[in-house]
Design a protein around this ligand. Structure first.
Ligand code: NI
Length: 172
């Protein structure tokens, strides 16, 4: 296992449509292990293969509840519902944040590292993460959905509001 270098916005590999994985071999397993290590080290919520310069349909999503990493090979969104608007960032756009509207619930079909198909459902942050990572595989970044990067002041206000809302929910 090893850490890979995360490429930054402006690198052409972040704008390419990635090819499907067809061979579920040792090379893929090393990539998945390295990506999980790299994501954990970067303290991020998700990482897509093009972010480490590999143009294959592979991504890792961290489950917000358990903190476990889910490996998704050849993932596709098969159902979505609801809507959420919230703050989003990307390891390839470090130190910046924007407000993005996404579906609130997303169902994904993908293969595991051995090629077995499975389905997974995500809500809230997890749904946001599925959408964000799968977009990477088609050469898209979340910045395409925003009208501006949040200022430090806006980030602070957003986080304070989130905290107040969470506290209000606990009181109910
Ligand atoms: Ni990203």
């Amino acid at each position: 296992m090893a850490l890979r270098n995360i490429v930054i916005q402006g690198e052409p590999c972040l704008q390419k449509v990635c090819r499907p994985v067809t061979e579920f071999n040792h090379r893929l397993h090393v990539l998945l292990d390295d990506m999980t290590d790299t994501l954990a080290e970067a303290n991020g919520a998700g990482l897509a293969a093009p972010q480490v310069g590999v143009l294959r349909r592979v991504c890792i999503v961290m489950d917000e509840g358990s903190g476990e990493y889910l490996e998704l090979v050849n993932p596709e969104i098969i159902a979505q519902s609801g809507e959420q608007t919230g703050m989003e960032g990307c390891l390839s756009v470090p130190g910046k944040w924007g407000i993005v509207t996404r579906p609130n619930v997303v169902r994904v079909r993908a293969q595991d590292r051995d090629g077995n198909w499975f389905e997974a459902e995500g809500e809230g942050m997890n749904a946001r993460c599925f959408c964000h990572e799968i977009e990477h595989l088609d050469g898209h970044l979340y910045v395409e959905h925003i009208d501006h990067f949040l200022t430090d002041e806006e980030v602070r206000e957003y986080l304070e509001r989130e905290e107040a809302e969470a506290a209000a929910q606990e009181e109910v």
